[in-house]
Design a protein around this ligand. Sequence first.
Ligand code: FES
Length: 142
Amino acid sequence: MPRETDTRGALLPLLHGLQEEFGYIDDALVPHVAEALNLSRADVHGVVTFYHDFRRRPPARHTVRLCRAESCQARGGNAIEQAAVERLGTPMGTTRSDGEVALEAVYCVGLCATGPNAIINGKIVSRLDGPKLDRLLEQGTG
Ligand code: FES
């Protein structure tokens, strides 16, 4: 029988593997993971909800992450956020009800001199302005 430290050590790799396979950790998987590792459901649920990297719902098809850190804000980030909220039809920090797009904040992507910055579908976009945002959104997230 595996020691408790062995099964706890296996929990994170297993959860990461499930998320990689399915895109998220469905709540229905929690009892199965708990049973497989001889842990309580509360233990597994606690880990899934503690780490923000674990998604509990299917990911949005498109993700728009706007830099909300100081330098990008000084370079027009608030106007970009307002434009994104209006264009995408979902408040900051949410996924639109149709599941198509998520609008999220990031806090500095290390390119402060070329802000405002965003990460759109995993690609960093610098010197973002309203027209550029519209163009990018029409290309991939409209
Ligand atoms: S503050 Fe936005 S990239 Fe650094």
